[in-house]
Each structure stands twice: as structure tokens, then as C-alpha cells.
Design a protein around this ligand. Structure first.
Ligand code: AMP
Length: 588
């Protein structure tokens, strides 16, 4: 397939943010795409080469790209840098520069999607001391044969700056329309995606085998499953209202969610956002296979830091000490953990997600042997408010955050947030009722003690429908000197020259960040706001929602991707909930 077709499609897609239009462009593109190339196209649309969990990063620095442009075009580096500064995007700058290309090339080889993809793949795989030269060679050979428009998109993919604003749901809508003629079939694709986390594979199967292939889609060991998520409730009464008169209550531990795939001694670990995290947990890799009584298995657990002397659970931040490249062994002994299993998704070659909670818990206890390191998460079947309160007391005393409540007769719903699992945190009962996980989109330089740091941060929610990050508040309290330094270290490399197009904010920050980091905040209230853009036009026209008196809790949620942050929907629910409480109080 000619790369020009893809570049032209990308060009059209960049010109709109409207979901219906994007879907239509995608359908047209998919219809033109040979079936054996479709998975590659789907990855490229998302600016990737393979699904996230494979951890294939392009890692090309701007400097190198600039040298490659210069080499293939004969245009001096200085001129390219100048244009880049003007445009803020190297891909865009290069297309303008290459229009004025001085160096004529002979024997131009056709650029196909396959060739671009394969070359990018080779670049991603390169390592070692000679890799920079080789990368340069590969890039300039592509640019040599590319038109200015093609070059612009090749560079954007290489540098990770291709942002078409296409959410996974939009890709699935378009696949359903293009290959089954009906958008409603999206649900079937969604299921396949939820159990494979691989949109390229889903695209390939529907293109080649149609819906029948999608319906037969199965869980594959070592391919992560998208996690099931929980809704929140504020009180025991609300939980009983939603769950009926008998359900399971488990401790809600404050650690890191880990999905374990195990066969013999081979163990792979995935984080909540499905990144590979074996490096941080060599102790899990070494010890857990001994506890497994099955040929192969997929499990979910919460890894929690503990006080070895008292056995008490320690807060999530303690795990942060393990997130380092060097001397991880030292961190492992200094910050010991236990692994607390709460679900089983696959066992001895068969999926378990269709089983109900009770059956899964029984299976979990059958196939894992407990010891000092591997535990079942504490669970009790509860029937009334007293029993929930009693178990909540135990949970809080053990050092956990609250309870997870789970319906006994429901299956595991991969990739979805629903009311079959509810979370009830202790602090839900006061003020706003819950903490929010928000995306850091901008920063303001600090004064006084905070000079040289970002003293205040601009935060956003995640808008699932638009795949954007609308601002919700500025936060300047709750920071210790240590956390300010730590945030600076993390945020500084994420500074971008231009505001990312997925950021929706009227407020001007001193610096814009790539929307990647998630932090936890609490607040006293959610108010209507003419400035902030979260849930814009939902409650009132031209008015968004904002947090009143927001405060950073000290938790940097490294395990969450920006798309896992609190959504507009959640903020709207909290806003309505608080109005209801006020209304009920007035009636009293
Ligand atoms: P939140 O991040 O506040 O939405 O809470 C959901 C997270 O709680 C999950 O992603 C898990 O990491 C964690 N968690 C702790 N205990 C449990 C449990 N018993 N069942 C499921 N998730 C749990």
C-alpha cells in the first residue's frame, strides 16, 4: 500500500476534531487498506508500532531527526532549527523546508506503508554505540524518497508527536462500519479488545475473518487483559441499595495493581495501564511460581509495601522506591512487599472471566498456595450495614484504604467500569467525598521558597468522548519541598513548546506539559466555572466545572496513564451527588 494514501488520510484527520468526521475518514482509509497491512495502519494511527504492552519505543531524539533531514535534503541544520522554532512541530517544519529542497535525488524508490513501518521497526530495535549512525541512515533513506507531506508524517511518528486525536472507541466504530456495515457491532469488537489489549490484532481479525472471527476471540497467555474497574459509593447504605442484600467485601489495599501471567517459571507482569513491570518486582518473578498449582494461569493482585515487623500495610508511595533503574535489589530488600491476590482470569488453558465472582474466588484459592509472601486478599461475605462497617474497621486498622464490594453472581468485565464492583473509601464521608486523579497539563513557576520549581500546577480531567484533557483547577497546596523537587524531575522532561492539541484550557500556563502525569488531589467542593473546561456545557451552557480549594495529597499516580485519570463523567456524578446532599440537608 502506498504511504501517500496514509499520509493524505492523516492530513485530513489532522484538520478536524469532530468524532463523526474522523470516523468517516477512518472508514474510507480502512476500505482502501489491504487486509495484511491493516494492523500496521491501526498502530500507526495511534502513533505506535505495536500494542503498548510490548514496550516497543521509537526513542528518536529531535537532534538526530534534524541531522537526518539535513542529510537527505542538503539544507543546513541551522535553517531547519530556525523553521522548527517558528512552527513548534518538526514534522510540519520539515514539510515546509522540503518544499524548497535543493538536493535532487535519482532512482527514487517507492515509499509503501510496509517499507515505512519496517524501517521504523528496525530503528526501534536498534541499540548500542553505533545505533545513532544507523538510525540516521535509516531515517534519511526514507526522507530521501518521501514527498514533503510523507516526510512530515514519518517524522511525527518517529518523534512521537503525531496526535490525530483518535480514541480507541473511534477506531472500533470505524472498523465495525467498514467490515460489518453496522456500527452496533462495536460491542463485539470492544470485547475482543478488552481481552487482548491489542487493537491491531482486533482490526486484522475483523478484516480477515469478519465478525465470526471476532466472536471466537480468546484470551492468550502473556497478552494482558484490560482491567475491570469499580464505581465509587459514598456510604454503606448506597452500597446496599446498589448491590442487594448479600455481596463480597474485600480490603481495598493501597498498592499497585499487578496482572500476573505465569507458565512454569516464566512470569510476566503488567501494570494497571498494561505496561511491563517485571523490573520493579524481581521478588515476584522469583517467588510466585512456587505458589502456583496450575500449568498456566493469569491472576490479578495488589502488590503492597509492608512493615516486615508488624505485617502492617504501608501506603502506595513506599513502592515508588522500587521505580529505579539501578540497585533495584537493594530497594527490594529495603522495601518488602506482599502479593495479595484478588482475581483469576485464566487457568490451565481456559478463560475464567465468564465465571461468576464466587466461582473465581474458589478457583483462586484452589490454584494458589498461601505463604508469607503470597496471600489471598482478605474477604468476607457481608449482608448488612453492621457487617460492612465492622469489616471496614478491620480494613482501616490493617492500614488499607477502605473496601471493594463485589457482586457474587457476576462475571469479570474486562476493560469496563460498572456497578458490579464498588469502592468505598473511608474518607468518602467528608467534604467532596472522594479524591480525584487528575492529569498535569501546565505549570506556573514558583516564588520565594519555590523559586526554580513549578509552584502551582494546572490540572485536567479526561474527556472520554473527545479524547481530550479539559482543565479543572490550579493546585498550589499540599506540596512538601521534597514533592516539589520530585515533581520537577518528572515534569521537566515533559515540557512541550506548544500546547498539545488534546489540552483544552483557556488559562495560559507558564509551561505546557505533555499530558502524561497523573496526581491525586482532594477538594472541598465542585463548583460551576466560566474559566475551566471540564464538563463544559453539561450543567450549563458555556460553563464548566472546577474544584474549590484543591489540595495535592502527596500521591503521584505513576501506575496510571493520563487516560486512566478521573473522567468528566465521574466529576459530573460527584457534582450531582453533592447537590443532592445539600438538597437533603435543606429538607431536614
Ligand atoms: P482506584 O484506583 O481508586 O480507582 O481503585 C481501584 C484500584 O484499587 C485497583 O486498580 C486496584 O489497584 C486497587 N485495589 C485494591 N484492593 C483491591 C481489591 N480487593 N480488588 C480490586 N482492586 C483493588
Amino acid at each position: 500500500m502506498e504511504f501517500a494514501t496514509l499520509a493524505e488520510s492523516f492530513n485530513k484527520m489532522e484538520s478536524t476534531r469532530k468524532r463523526l468526521e474522523l470516523t468517516q475518514f477512518l472508514v474510507e482509509l480502512f476500505e482502501k487498506t489491504p487486509h495484511n497491512v491493516i494492523s500496521k495502519i491501526v498502530y500507526l494511527i495511534q502513533g505506535k508500532l505495536r500494542p503498548d504492552f510490548e514496550g516497543i519505543e521509537l526513542g528518536v531524539a529531535e537532534k538526530l531527526a534534524i541531522r537526518a533531514i539535513s542529510k537527505s535534503s542538503g539544507i543546513p541544520i541551522k535553517k531547519i532549527e530556525e523553521e522548527y522554532r517558528k512552527r513548534g512541530d518538526l514534522g510540519h517544519a520539515s514539510s515546509i523546508i522540503l518544499e524548497q529542497k535543493t538536493q535532487t535525488t535519482f532512482l527514487v524508490e517507492d515509499i509503501t506503508v510496509e517499507r515505512v513501518y519496517d524501517t521504523l521497526f528496525k530503528i526501534a530495535k536498534l541499540g548500542g554505540s553505533r545505533s545513532q549512525d544507523m538510525k540516521m541512515k535509516y531515517i534519511s533513506s526514507l526522507l530521501n524518497d518521501a514527498t514533503p507531506l510523507e516526510s512530515s508524517f514519518i517524522l511525527k511518528i518517529l518523534l512521537g508527536t503525531l496526535r490525530l486525536g483518535i480514541a480507541e472507541n473511534t477506531v472500533m466504530d470505524a472498523l465495525a462500519i467498514a467490515f460489518s456495515g453496522n456500527k452496533e457491532n462495536r460491542k463485539k469488537l470492544q470485547h475482543a479488545y478488552n481481552v487482548s489489549s491489542d487493537l491491531g490484532k482486533v482490526a486484522e481479525i475483523i478484516a480477515m475473518k469478519g465478525l465470526e472471527g471476532i466472536e471466537k476471540f480468546e484470551i492468550v497467555l502473556f497478552n494482558p487483559i484490560r482491567p475491570m474497574l469499580a464505581d465509587r459509593v459514598k456510604s454503606e447504605e448506597e452500597a446496599i441499595e446498589k448491590m442487594g442484600n448479600q455481596f463480597a467485601a474485600e480490603y481495598k489495599l493501597d498498592g499497585e495493581r499487578v496482572q500476573l501471567h505465569i507458565e512454569g517459571d516464566k512470569v510476566e507482569l503488567f501494570s494497571r495501564s498494561l505496561e511491563r513491570i517485571e523490573n520493579y518486582y524481581p521478588d515476584i518473578i522469583e517467588k510466585i511460581p512456587k505458589n502456583i498449582q496450575a500449568d498456566n494461569i493469569i491472576l490479578e493482585a495488589e502488590a503492597v509495601a509492608i512493615n516486615e515487623n508488624t505485617g502492617e500495610f504501608l501506603p502506595f508511595q513506599e513502592l515508588m522506591h522500587r521505580r529505579r533503574k539501578y540497585k533495584i535489589e537493594k530497594a527490594v530488600t529495603e522495601y518488602p512487599i506482599t502479593v495479595n491476590f484478588f482475581d483469576i482470569l485464566y487457568c490451565n488453558g481456559k478463560s475464567c472471566v465468564e465465571l461468576n465472582y464466587k466461582e473465581r474466588r474458589e478457583k483462586l484459592e484452589k490454584h494458589i498456595k498461601e505463604d508469607e509472601f503470597a496471600k489471598y486478599i482478605p474477604m468476607r461475605i457481608v449482608k448488612n450495614q453492621n457487617e460492612i462497617e465492622d469489616f471496614m474497621e478491620n480494613s482501616i486498622n490493617a492500614g488499607s484504604e477502605g473496601l471493594m464490594l463485589k457482586m457474587l453472581d457476576k462475571p469479570y468485565q474486562a476493560g469496563s467500569r460498572g456497578s458490579h464492583w464498588l469502592k468505598l473509601k473511608r474518607e468518602y464521608r467528608n467534604e467532596l467525598g472522594d479524591s480525584l486523579d487528575l492529569v498535569v497539563i501546565g505549570g506556573f513557576f514558583g516564588k520565594g521558597r519555590r523559586t526554580g520549581n513549578y509552584g502551582t500546577l494546572l490540572l485536567a480531567t479526561y474527556d472520554e468522548d473527545e479524547d481530550t484533557f479539559p482543565s479543572i483547577c490550579k493546585v498550589g497546596t499540599g506540596f512538601s519541598d521534597e514533592s516539589l523537587d520530585q515533581l520537577y524531575q518528572i515534569l521537566h522532561p515533559k515540557v512541550s513548546i506548544k500546547k498539545n492539541t488534546r489540552i483544552i484550557s483557556e488559562m495560559e500556563a507558564d509551561v505546557w506539559f505533555e499530558p502524561e502525569l497523573v496526581i491525586e488531589v482532594v477538594a472541598s467542593e465542585i463548583t460551576l466555572s466560566p474559566i475551566h473546561k471540564a464538563a463544559l456545557n453539561v450543567i450549563r451552557n458555556d460553563i464548566g466545572l472546577a474544584l474549590r480549594f484543591p489540595k495535592f495529597t502527596g500521591k503521584i499516580r505513576v501506575e496510571k496513564a493520563a487516560e486512566d485519570a478521573s473522567t468528566n463523567e465521574e466529576v459530573i456524578t460527584l457534582y450531582k451527588g453533592q447537590k443532592k446532599v445539600a438538597h437533603d440537608k435543606n429538607l431536614m
